[in-house]
Design a protein around this ligand. Structure first.
Ligand code: NAD
Ligand code: MG
Length: 377
């Protein structure tokens, strides 16, 4: 993904107006296509942002995720802008490069990113699509996992989530967001590189939630290295344990509990389809996750359990400034996509909701992309 750092836009970061955050999720019809329509149905939502999230829970709670950078006008060369329809062009919907140079120790905190990632704290509105469901999400403290956790809770699901103990400050925010949506939050810290912990994680999620209907294998380690000679066996093992083994262990344990109608969603990546040279170990795991997803879907079809994957492009999350990219690449992160910016975690939420919802009953063994316009499935 370091390829995402060249300047393809030449546009100015100040064109982002924080008050123009899109509203995602709510009020749209059920079904995969409808969910995919989330960003496309973006509205010029300044007035709506301050309100509640609609029928299934509180929104607009004002926690981390507000306060994105930039505040200037809606104009500028080359962009498409809100017209009389109230639609907002996707390239202008969220912050654009350049971003401030920043580094964090692995695994990083969303709280410390500038601009703050948007996980849907203020914008995601539920419409009861996952009412009564029980979900376990790995890496649910920040980034894409947090966006899924918020959306699931606002769609009516109780949510257990895993994270590393050092990520407790981010996890505390997520617990509050889930509870503010009126749903049960079950925070389960621990290191998923350990098989025994993975089994315990599933067991604790099942007892905390009273069962399990949705599993999102989303946690990952990404650490850029320019050459295979600079990847130690320990580092290789770390990446494979986190990204592949944990998915295998957690899924196996979860299958003792998942009923017919349940959904498994694995987070893969555009790098599974076009691996950058400096993400050799990580891209290998993302390719593995894609294949695992397709093969497992065939196994589990007769049990009535759907298995799908999401392939994000460059997304503004702590994974990147904590070693996922070389630090010098962060200011231009996402610039080389056709949309000229990285995605925000909230822009993935409609996919995770759609794939979890019963209405996607004919989708299994599929990978769905959200890439900003290039690469992916
Ligand atoms: P993130 O840093 O917010 O989330 C990754 C999470 O993985 C961390 O929050 C952490 O809780 C968890 N994790 C890592 N090692 C762990 C361990 N040993 N034990 C327990 N938890 C551990 O970043 P994100 O970008 O939201 O990542 C979520 C998923 O999205 C990952 O699978 C990542 O590969 C994928 N992805 C991200 C991008 C991107 O550009 N950000 C692009 C494509 C795919
Ligand atoms: Mg995190």
């Amino acid at each position: 993904m370091t390829a995402d750092t060249s300047d393809a836009s030449g546009r100015d970061a100040s064109r982002r107006d924080a008050s123009r955050r899109v509203v995602v999720g709510g009020g749209i019809a059920t079904g995969l296509l409808a969910a995919l329509d989330g960003p496309a149905s973006a509205q010029n939502s300044g007035a709506q942002n301050s309100g509640s999230s609609g029928s299934t829970g509180a929104g607009g709670s004002g926690t981390a995720g507000s306060g994105t950078a930039g505040s200037a006008s809606n104009g500028g060369a080359g962009g498409a802008h809100a017209g009389s329809s109230g639609l907002l062009a996707p390239q202008d919907a969220y912050p654009r490069p350049p971003f401030p140079r920043q580094e964090q120790d692995w695994p990083g905190l969303a709280q410390r990113m500038e601009p703050q990632p948007d996980h849907g704290e203020e914008s995601y509105r539920g419409s009861g699509r996952l009412r009564g469901r029980r979900a376990l999400i790995t890496g649910g403290d920040s980034g894409i996992g947090r966006a899924a956790a918020i959306a699931y809770a606002r769609e009516g699901a109780d949510v257990a989530f895993n994270y590393l103990p050092v990520e407790q400050p981010d996890a505390d925010d997520v617990v509050k967001l889930i509870r503010d949506a009126g749903r049960k939050a079950v925070p389960l810290p621990g290191d998923i590189r350990d098989e025994a912990f993975c089994r315990q994680l599933v067991s604790d999620a099942v007892s905390g939630l009273g069962g399990l209907d949705i599993l999102v294998n989303n946690a990952a380690r990404q650490h850029a290295a320019p050459s295979i000679t600079e990847i130690s066996s320990d580092a290789f093992d770390w990446t494979l344990k986190t990204n592949l083994y944990a998915m295998f262990w957690i899924t196996k344990a979860a299958l003792e509990h998942l009923p017919a109608g349940a959904a498994i969603i694995n987070t893969t990546s555009v790098v599974a389809y076009d691996p950058p040279k400096d993400l050799l170990d990580y891209a290998t795991t993302k390719g593995g996750i894609m294949v695992f997803t397709k093969a497992l879907a065939k196994q589990l079809a007769e049990r009535g359990i759907r298995v799908n994957g999401v392939a994000p492009g460059p997304i503004w999350t702590p994974l990147q400034p904590s070693g996922g990219q070389p630090p010098e690449e962060i200011p231009r992160f996402g610039a080389s996509t056709p949309l000229g910016r990285p995605g925000q975690p909230v822009e993935l939420a409609p996919l995770y909701v759609a794939l979890a919802a019963e209405t996607s009953s004919y989708s299994t063994g599929q990978i769905f992309g959200a890439t900003g316009g290039s690469g992916g499935p």
